[in-house]
Write a protein that binds this ligand. Structure first.
Ligand SMILES: C[S@@+](CC[C@H](N)C(=O)[O-])C[C@H]1O[C@@H](n2cnc3c(N)ncnc32)[C@H](O)[C@@H]1O
Length: 260
């Protein structure tokens, strides 16, 4: 979806803020231009990993050098991550190991796929160069948006989808609840800057953003994970923005399939 996201960015903005950064797919895809860029996520394991990639890539690669692709090593890293206090580098290395070697990167069970983690080192170096001037924040979205909101800011938001909140329960005590979706809407609708938001297409989301001067576009994509079992499994998503998403002359029919 990253192509579809980036082509909807407005022509003019100076600050780019990725509010729910996750794996940073959009940030890593977008042209850095001369933007002031911020990556944020509430999950401190992610922000610690990216800070180590940005600031100490050599130490991180040293810590990963002797990682084994084995169930025992995976379980040791997974449990240590929960229980042990350690250095930022060791924490980043365990986290990276657990993401890389877990099934579907879900951090829970060993994936049993052949892969040498040292083959990722060039990618870590590439990410290090891309993140060089990126500010990395570990804040709840509301505080973050308030902090960076200016007329020339663009906020890209990819929050946990509505009705899938349980997946993110490791983050807060109750995960991302309906109250958080409403809190996000209230913050976005009262901001000075521009926002582009992606969501799953459902009645609750459409109702939340049924407001003056808000554009909603729908898009259908194949569902990457479910597709393994059902090749035609599709997923309805929406893009929501407080500016004209067609300002680059982009023609977007109401419904289309990314893979047509
Ligand atoms: C749908 S994922 C974002 C995926 C991302 N676009 C990517 O490229 O991987 C949602 C992210 O929001 C983060 N998150 C959950 N609650 C948050 C909050 N209150 N404030 C900021 N980030 C939050 C989660 O840790 C998760 O990484």
């Amino acid at each position: 979806m990253r192509e579809e996201v980036v082509r909807r960015f407005p022509l003019e903005y100076k600050r780019y803020i990725e509010v729910f950064g996750g794996g940073g797919w959009v940030l890593f895809h977008k042209d850095p231009r001369r933007d002031f860029e911020v990556y944020n996520d509430f999950n401190s394991l992610l922000t610690n990993l990216y800070r180590c990639v940005r600031d100490k890539p050599d130490l991180l690669m040293n810590a990963l050098e002797y990682v084994l692709n084995s169930r025992e090593d995976f379980e040791r890293a997974r449990l240590s991550l929960r229980r042990k206090r350690t250095t930022d580098i060791q924490r980043a290395a365990w986290f990276y190991q657990v993401i890389r070697y877990s099934y579907a990167s879900a951090l829970t069970s060993y994936g049993s796929q052949p892969h040498d983690i040292r083959a990722d080192f060039p990618l870590i170096e590439q990410a290090h160069r891309r993140l060089k001037d990126v500010v990395i924040e570990n804040q709840d979205f509301e505080r973050l948006i308030r902090h960076y909101d200016r007329g020339d800011s663009l906020f890209y938001c990819d929050p946990p989808y509505h009705a899938t909140e349980g997946y993110y329960q490791n983050i807060g005590e109750n995960g991302f609840t309906e109250k958080d979706h409403i809190r996000l809407r209230d913050r976005l609708l009262s901001m000075e800057g521009k926002f582009l938001l992606s969501y799953n297409d459902d009645a609750f989301v459409r109702d939340l953003y049924d407001a003056p001067n808000i554009q909603i576009q729908s898009i259908t994509r194949l569902n990457n994970i479910k597709q393994r079992y059902d090749p035609n499994c599709q997923f309805e998503e929406v893009f929501i923005a407080n500016y004209d998403m067609n300002e680059r002359g982009l023609y977007v029919p109401k419904q289309f399939n990314l893979f047509d």
